[in-house]
Design a protein around this ligand. Structure first.
Ligand code: FPP
Length: 213
C-alpha cells in the first residue's frame, strides 16, 4: 500500500494525514474485494524494515491500526470477513496486541473472505521461522508459517519491488504495479486489475492450454 506519504506531501500536509487517507482506502478496497468474491486479501501495512522510520510515524501507524481495528471489527464480522494479522507481535504495543486478538476472535466465524493484515512482517523471517532448524538458530518468532499461494500481487505508488512481502508464496503470482498512490485507489482500479488478471495465461511451467488440446 505505497504512496501515503507522497499523497500528503503533494497536498502540503503532514505524512500522517496520508496514512489516515490510506486507512479510508483500506476500507474501500476490503469491502469491494469481498463484494467481488475475492476469497483472500493480504495487505502489507507495516514491514519489519518500517521500524527504521521516525518513531512519531511508527506511533501514528500503530494508533491508526489500533483505532481501525476497534472501529471496524463489528463491520467486518457482519460482512463475513475474517481478520488475521500476520507478522511478529512481540514488538508491538500491548494495547495493539490486545486489539488484534480481540478482532481476530470477533471475526473468526467469517467465511466470505479472509483479510490478512501484515504488521511487523518480513517474508524472509517467515521463511526462516518455517524451517525448524533455521528458526532455532535465528529465533524469529513470526507467529505463523507459510501462507497459501498468491494469485495476484499488486503494489501501488509506482515502486517495482517486492520489499520482503510474501516472497515464497508469490512464486507463481501474477504481478501488477500501479502508479496510483494508495490513498487514491478506487473501485475502477480494482475492476481493471481483475480484468487484467482474468486475461493472463497462468501456466505454472506447463504448456499453454491451446498447445495441450
Ligand atoms: C507505505 O506508504 C505505507 C505504509 C508504510 C503504511 C500503510 C498503512 C496504511 C495504508 C494505513 C492504515 C492501514 C490499516 C490496515 C488500517 P509510504 O508512507 O511509504 O508512502 P510514500 O512512499 O509516498 O512515502
Amino acid at each position: 500500500m505505497d504512496g501515503n506519504g507522497r499523497w500528503a506531501e503533494r497536498r502540503g500536509r503532514p505524512r500522517w494525514m496520508g496514512h489516515v487517507a490510506g486507512a479510508h482506502a483500506v476500507r474501500r478496497v476490503v469491502e469491494y474485494a469481498a463484494r467481488a468474491a475475492v476469497e483472500q486479501l493480504t495487505l502489507y501495512a507495516f514491514s519489519s524494515d518500517n521500524w527504521n522510520r521516525p518513531v512519531e510515524e511508527v506511533g501514528t501507524l500503530f494508533d491508526l491500526f489500533d483505532s481501525h481495528l476497534r472501529t471496524q471489527t463489528d463491520r467486518l464480522a457482519r460482512q463475513g470477513i475474517r481478520l488475521q494479522v500476520i507478522g511478529r507481535r512481540d514488538r508491538l504495543p500491548l494495547a495493539l496486541r490486545g486489539a488484534i486478538s480481540a478482532a481476530e476472535a470477533r471475526t473468526s466465524a467469517g467465511r466470505r473472505m479472509t483479510l490478512r493484515v501484515a504488521i511487523d512482517y518480513s517474508s524472509r523471517a517467515a521463511i526462516l521461522a518455517s524451517l525448524p532448524t533455521a528458526a532455532a538458530l535465528h529465533g524469529t518468532p513470526q507467529g505463523e508459517t507459510l501462507l497459501p499461494p498468491v494469485d495476484l500481487l499488486v503494489r501501488t505508488g509506482g515502486e517495482r519491488r517486492l520489499s520482503d512481502f510474501l516472497l515464497w508464496e508469490s512464486a507463481y503470482a501474477e504481478l501488477a504495479f500501479l502508479d496510483v498512490l494508495w490513498p487514491d485507489i478506487g473501485t475502477a482500479h480494482l475492476d481493471a486489475l481483475f480484468a487484467d488478471y482474468a486475461a493472463r495465461d497462468r501456466r505454472f511451467g506447463a504448456l499453454p492450454q491451446r498447445a495441450t488440446a
